[in-house]
Design a protein around this ligand. Structure first.
Ligand SMILES: Cc1cc2nc3c(=O)[nH]c(=O)nc-3n(C[C@H](O)[C@H](O)[C@H](O)COP(=O)(O)OP(=O)(O)OC[C@H]3O[C@@H](n4cnc5c(N)ncnc54)[C@H](O)[C@@H]3O)c2cc1C
Length: 331
């Protein structure tokens, strides 16, 4: 395991934004993670764990501590439609391997970038399918206690883009056991659903744009007038209490709005795109304009789905944990 200094984080994210990590290491299992935590503790550094980097905006100043990137992960087909995947395994690779083995149910998740760990933590979903539909159990390391525990699905308390692991950042996912359908899926037919899904995503928005996918979570909107407008506009029924954040942003006229090189996407207004050389500062300025306008005009409070890192919050959180970690911080 190699620790490197001053590693530019932009390179490790799909946004292509972010200054350097003071220390950086690629890790693949619990023992390497533990080594990282020990090293960080000995140097009084905060720690941030990432994987695919497809849901993160790092600050222009980077991260003043150790960033550990879970970059590897095994994959095994078990019995009765169950598979086991390491946290660092690419979600797409898992979807494809399952299709090729005739296991059904995850095809619509093809094209969600990033890792299995990131997808479980955020309960990633697309086209009506989400990770929670498949999770049997999740193994995670508790960075405070150093213990590894297996969480059964009902302990993972999944919700819309939410899980136990998102509520408890001290839990680092190591692997997940998933269950898929065994109804004799034809690998060729399953793979064509994968290709169609990828094509449908590409048609909605170029998937290789520099961005982090949907910037905001779809907000809960109870205003019946607005919900009716959405039905009329889109010809669709709202999904439960939520309306698409992209539609909401469009209502306040911010489609295409730019600040520097950061832009509210023309095709999908919930994507904020780095059109080339954008800074985190520009993205955040644009984000605050969007949030304020939506709040002022529609009385809706948008909440970021993308994780903002290196802007101060994590260091404070890590400092709060110092008592439990048993090491002290310089004052
Ligand atoms: C073009 C594009 C399209 C997208 N489309 C979708 C979509 O359709 N649906 C959807 O849900 N998302 C979508 N996303 C967002 C993103 O792909 C998902 O959120 C993805 O699951 C993040 O995984 P990751 O490995 O990249 O996580 P990262 O970006 O590396 O990390 C995201 C968060 O998860 C935490 N994390 C990462 N690994 C672990 C771990 N092992 N244990 C604990 N915490 C961990 C990090 O600390 C961070 O807080 C899209 C992104 C892009 C760029």
């Amino acid at each position: 395991m190699e620790f490197r200094s001053n590693v530019p984080l932009a390179h490790y994210t799909t946004f292509k934004i972010g200054g350097p990590a003071k220390l950086f290491a690629e890790v693949s299992d619990a023992s390497e993670l533990s080594l990282g935590y020990e090293r960080a503790a000995s140097e009084y550094l905060p720690v941030y764990v990432m994987s695919g980097g497809s849901n993160i905006l790092f600050s222009d100043n980077g991260f003043p501590g150790l960033v550990m990137r879970i970059s590897d992960g095994g994959f095994r087909i078990l019995d009765n439609g169950r598979v086991s995947a390491g946290a660092g395994k690419s979600l797409l690779e898992v979807v494809v391997a399952c299709c090729q083995a005739g296991l059904t149910g995850m095809e619509k998740l093809a094209g969600v970038p990033g890792s299995v760990g990131g997808a479980v933590r955020g309960n990633a979903g697309a086209f009506g399918s989400e990770m929670a539909d498949h999770v049997v159990s999740v193994k995670a390391l508790n960075r405070r206690t150093g213990m590894v525990k297996e969480y059964k699905k009902d302990e993972c308390t999944f919700g819309y883009r939410m899980s136990l692991f998102k509520r408890h950042p001290e839990l680092v996912i190591l692997s997940a056991e998933l269950r898929l359908g065994t109804g004799g899926g034809d690998p060729k037919a399953l793979m064509s659903i994968v290709s169609e899904t990828q094509a449908e995503r590409e048609a909605k928005h170029p998937q290789d744009a520099f961005c982090a996918g949907s910037f905001f979570m779809n907000p809960t909107v109870t205003d019946e007038h607005l919900r009716e407008e959405f039905r009329h506009d889109s010809g669709k029924e709202p999904k439960g209490e939520r309306l698409p954040a992209g539609w909401v942003i469009d209502q306040v006229g911010l489609r295409g709005r730019t600040i520097g090189h950061a832009k509210v996407s023309e095709q999908h207004p919930n994507y904020i795109v780095n059109t080339g050389g954008a800074t985190a500062e520009e993205v955040l300025t644009l984000v605050s304009i969007v949030k304020q306008r939506v709040r002022d005009e529609l009385n809706i409070q948008l909440q970021e789905e993308v994780q903002l890192v290196g802007f101060g919050h994590e260091e404070v959180k890590t400092r709060r944990e110092k008592g439990e970690n048993g090491f002290s911080w310089p004052s």
